[in-house]
Design a protein around this ligand. Structure first.
Ligand SMILES: Nc1ncnc2c1ncn2[C@@H]1O[C@H](COP(=O)(O)OP(=O)(O)OP(=O)(O)O)[C@@H](O)[C@H]1O
Ligand SMILES: [Mg+2]
Length: 438
């Protein structure tokens, strides 16, 4: 079973993004915790500082009794002198801490509120400076959240950076993929090796070696076909000549068999010249230089050449639309294409049928459309009719090379050829060739 491969780029982006985000989050959480601890330590320092200053300088500033400023953020300061059960001085007489707590920091609950208390014990008094735990928490959290802010900005920035870096790194790979996709038997061009990551070198050089070998073997095959066809031409011509010479001496009883032999020789000669034509078309070499020509003129000339066949089969061959369409090609290539397509339409359309031709320019290409009233081609076999020697039925004469030649020529010029059965309720085939306009 073929498992659809996931994109390497997406996998990299997701895994790197997740990894870096986890780092960011861990970093954020630890910054948050450190900030909490740090701020609490600072607040503790403040409590002990205030206690020391009160002992040394400001004791007189603390009132003997006060109901507090009403501001919950304020520190509360209590001063106890010996023997007294209540504080001698206080900034908020609504709260009284345990005066017997040991010197230093302690957490106490007074009036159901938690307090952080610093107790400073001197030889004649006890000074207590306190702050609500809820206020301290609030201050600490505000600072800790500020420590988190850069992480919130960093994580999206990390994703964007990872995405851009991976996309940039995979750019050459994508371009290479597009080049590799364009390779087929008609375009065996090696893949470019420059500008690629070194990791791809082994792949590219092995694909290029394969392309080279494929190209060589295809060239060998084409040479063999063309050599074989050449070699066969001479003995076939001699055979035909000898048969022609024999014609007057054939006994009347053998005439039919002689004619069959003659037709066989002619068919073989035709096949040999088609093989040569195909080898040339596939080798991408033209016998002459391409020139500017009008498709309509070629179509008209081919039709007049094939008119005797149409007349003989009583096929109504006509043109709905013949517009000028100029292309650059050799006349023999253009004629071969049109002759094969129109020839097929005439060959496979039964007597009394009709063949319609159309030539019109459009979207940068010349369209040549040939429609007939023949049997069409079974849908399942349509993709195979361009294969060499493939024939749907053996009822009519033919070698099965015509469409292979058409496709080789058309592809060489950057055009297309498509066959489909008619969809207008009428049986028959619709062949369409496109050729780039000048
Ligand atoms: N217009 C058409 N209508 C029906 N069948 C067609 C038509 N054109 C082509 N075909 C089918 O496609 C097959 C391949 O066509 P192709 O032109 O390649 O070979 P061919 O006509 O048999 O031989 P030749 O090499 O002489 O052209 C044909 O044998 C025929 O069965
Ligand atoms: Mg044909």
């Amino acid at each position: 079973m073929l498992v659809k491969a996931r994109s390497l780029g997406t996998q990299l982006i997701v895994s790197l993004g997740i990894l870096l985000s986890i780092f960011g989050i861990v970093q954020g959480v630890s910054s948050y915790r450190l900030a909490l601890v740090g701020v609490n330590a600072l607040l503790d320092d403040r409590l002990s500082d205030v206690a020391v200053r009160i002992r040394d300088v400001f004791e007189a500033a603390i009132p003997h009794s006060s109901s507090g400023s009403g501001n919950a953020d304020d520190l509360v300061v209590l001063v106890w002198t010996d023997h007294h059960k209540t504080p001698t001085r206080t900034t908020d007489s609504t709260v009284v801490f345990n005066r017997d707590s040991p010197g230093g920091f302690s957490d106490q609950v007074v009036n159901r509120e938690a307090w952080r208390v610093y107790t400073l014990v001197t030889y004649d008094e006890v000074i207590q400076v306190a702050q609500r735990v809820s206020v301290r928490q609030h201050i600490a959290e505000r600072s800790a959240v500020r420590a988190l802010l850069p992480i919130f900005v960093l994580i999206p920035a990390v994703w964007v950076t990872v995405y851009l870096c991976v996309r940039r790194a995979f750019g050459p790979l994508k371009r290479l993929g597009r080049r590799a996709q364009a390779i087929d038997s008609a375009h065996l061009t090696p893949l470019p090796a420059d500008g690629l990551p070194v990791e791809l070198d082994p792949f590219v050089s092995s694909i290029n070696r394969m392309i080279e070998r494929l190209d060589e073997s295809m060239q060998l095959e084409r040479h063999f076909i063309s050599d074989a066809a050449h070699e066969l031409r001479t003995p076939l011509t001699a055979l035909k000549l000898q048969a022609d010479n024999l014609r007057p001496d054939i006994a009347p009883g053998n005439r039919e068999r002689f004619l069959a032999l003659h037709r066989g020789i002619e068919r073989t000669s035709a096949m040999v010249s088609q093989l040569l034509q195909m080898a040339r078309a596939e080798a991408q070499v033209s016998t002459s230089e391409p020139v500017e020509l009008d498709v309509t003129e070629v179509v008209t000339s081919v039709v007049s050449e094939l008119l005797p066949i149409a007349t003989q089969k009583r096929i109504d061959i006509g043109a709905d639309e013949l517009m000028p369409a100029r292309v650059r090609a050799t006349e023999s290539d253009m004629r071969a294409v049109v002759k094969n397509i129109v020839g097929n339409a005439l060959r496979y359309t039964p007597e009394g049928g009709a063949v319609d031709l159309r030539v019109h320019p459009g979207e940068g290409v010349a369209h040549i459309v040939v429609q007939d009233t023949g049997p069409g081609i079974p849908e399942a076999l349509l993709p195979r009719v361009f294969d060499r020697f493939f024939r749907v039925s053996q009822s009519a004469e033919g070698s099965g090379l015509g469409l292979a030649i058409v496709r080789a020529i058309v592809t060489r010029y950057g055009g297309t050829v498509t066959l489909r059965n008619r969809d207008d309720g009428q049986s028959g085939l619709r062949a369409e060739v496109t050729f780039p306009l000048i």
